[in-house]
Design a protein around this ligand. Structure first.
Ligand code: ADP
Ligand code: ADP
Length: 226
């Protein structure tokens, strides 16, 4: 499989804190990768650099043969909206909107017409075990339901890459497993590449491969069994 995403010699500092000190990572097309490591080691910063949320201070970030670090802010925003989906621990849904509105939102932001956006959004609900919940406000959903809506929202633009930062961090073990099962199954069906930041070995066990971030550097850890 070819390399879809890469960080090469990526450095990023926040004030006097060196969050990344020359991080190297290659992610292959279709791979499910777990990024592990202690708290404060630079995992989220690496994810944010790869996803074009902010540029590195030094080094290169590549996506699909293009330099993400050379894009303007507008270019990075366009890339995120079209090619990437995001799942975070919590807080990414608009609680006052219903579930369907939340899933349609990234499509509407991407310029998809209203009827088409809602039709595409609605398709995800049965697929993610969310039938009948389309018109529930997301603030009224259970944690697992909300995370599955977040997953639908991330998938709505049919992203090449899904970035997940502690996607089960706010869930109990069983609910977390259900969300991970869905994430991995749907990503494989869609051919999406997935990068999961987690400190939970049970979550990392879903990945094809695991890397560890320590003190702002990445090291290969193991090839997962599955
Ligand atoms: P992890 O995700 O592994 O917990 P982070 O990438 O969030 O690590 O953080 C790496 C280091 O950078 C930590 O020391 C953290 O405190 C610091 N850091 C991260 N983001 C910011 C920020 N926006 N402002 C200041 N320091 C930050
Ligand atoms: P609101 O401001 O409450 O979203 P709307 O009239 O835009 O008011 O939407 C009412 C409901 O219909 C919402 O729950 C939304 O999810 C749904 N909805 C809006 N537009 C469409 C559409 N084109 N197709 C299907 N459902 C839609």
């Amino acid at each position: 499989m070819s390399v879809l995403l890469a960080a090469r010699g990526v450095r990023k500092a926040f004030g006097t804190t060196d969050a990344l000190r020359g991080a190297d990572l290659e992610v292959r097309d279709g791979e499910i990768l777990a990024v592990m490591g202690p708290s404060g080691s630079g995992k989220s910063t690496l994810l944010h650099c790869l996803a074009g949320i902010f540029p590195p201070d030094e080094g290169e970030v590549w996506f699909d043969g293009n330099r993400v670090d050379r894009l303007s802010e507008a270019g990075r925003t366009a890339l995120r909206r079209t090619a990437f989906g995001f799942v975070f621990q919590f807080g990414q849904l608009v609680p006052e909107l219903d579930a369907l509105d939340n899933v349609a939102l990234p499509l509407l932001l991407g310029g998809v017409r209203r009827g088409e956006a809602y039709a595409q959004a609605a398709n995800w609900f049965p697929r993610l075990g969310l039938s009948e919940l389309e018109h529930r406000r997301t603030g009224e959903l259970s944690g697992g339901q909300a995370q599955r809506v977040a997953l639908a929202r991330a998938l709505a633009v049919r992203p090449k890459v899904i970035f997940a930062d502690e996607p089960t961090g706010s869930l109990d073990t069983l609910t977390g497993e259900q969300v991970m099962d869905l994430l991995v199954d749907v990503a494989r069906e869609e051919g999406a590449t997935v990068i999961i930041v987690t400190h939970d070995a049970r979550v990392a066990a879903y990945a094809d491969r695991e890397v560890v971030v320590r003190d702002g550097l990445v090291s290969d850890f193991r090839a997962a069994a599955r």
